[in-house]
Ligand binder design. Structure first.
Ligand SMILES: [Zn+2]
Length: 136
């Protein structure tokens, strides 16, 4: 069980509702019919709706690596190698938003393979994850 989730369970007052979307990482606790909870329910509803209705794209890790590769844009400037990386998974997040993929889940997998920022995904994760494997 998720530690953050258990923490919320312990903090929960009588009647509190806890909404946990494992795929997006969203975890909300509040009273029934509170604005916070109602909004979280709507987001959850749309998430499920999107999952059911999106065209099921059989995306492979190769598609993600290719996207990151283009965004990082490894290039030579005045004889020196350089690339674009913001020190986080900005481009991975972009990819996930574009294809409606669960960022938190993908981030975990990339982290486990040594990818904590976009360029590390290319340097480390790419070597560990089979590019022909489906992302989901
Ligand atoms: Zn980097």
């Amino acid at each position: 069980m998720n530690k953050k989730f258990l923490k919320e369970v312990k903090k929960a007052k009588k009647d509190d509702i806890i909404i946990w979307n494992e795929a997006t990482g969203e975890l909300i606790r509040g009273q029934p019919n509170s604005r916070k909870i109602n909004e979280a329910v709507i987001r959850l509803f749309y998430f499920i709706y999107d999952m059911k209705n999106r065209k099921f794209r059989k995306l492979k890790w190769d598609n993600l690596f290719d996207y990151i590769h283009k965004k990082c844009n490894l290039r030579e400037v005045k004889g020196k190698l350089t690339w674009t990386c913001y020190g986080d998974l900005k481009f991975v997040k972009e990819f996930c938003n574009e294809y409606n993929l669960p960022f938190e889940k993908i981030k975990k997998r990339l982290n486990a393979a040594g990818g904590y920022c976009d360029c590390e995904v290319l340097l480390n994760s790419m070597a560990e994850i089979d590019k022909n494997e489906y992302i989901l």
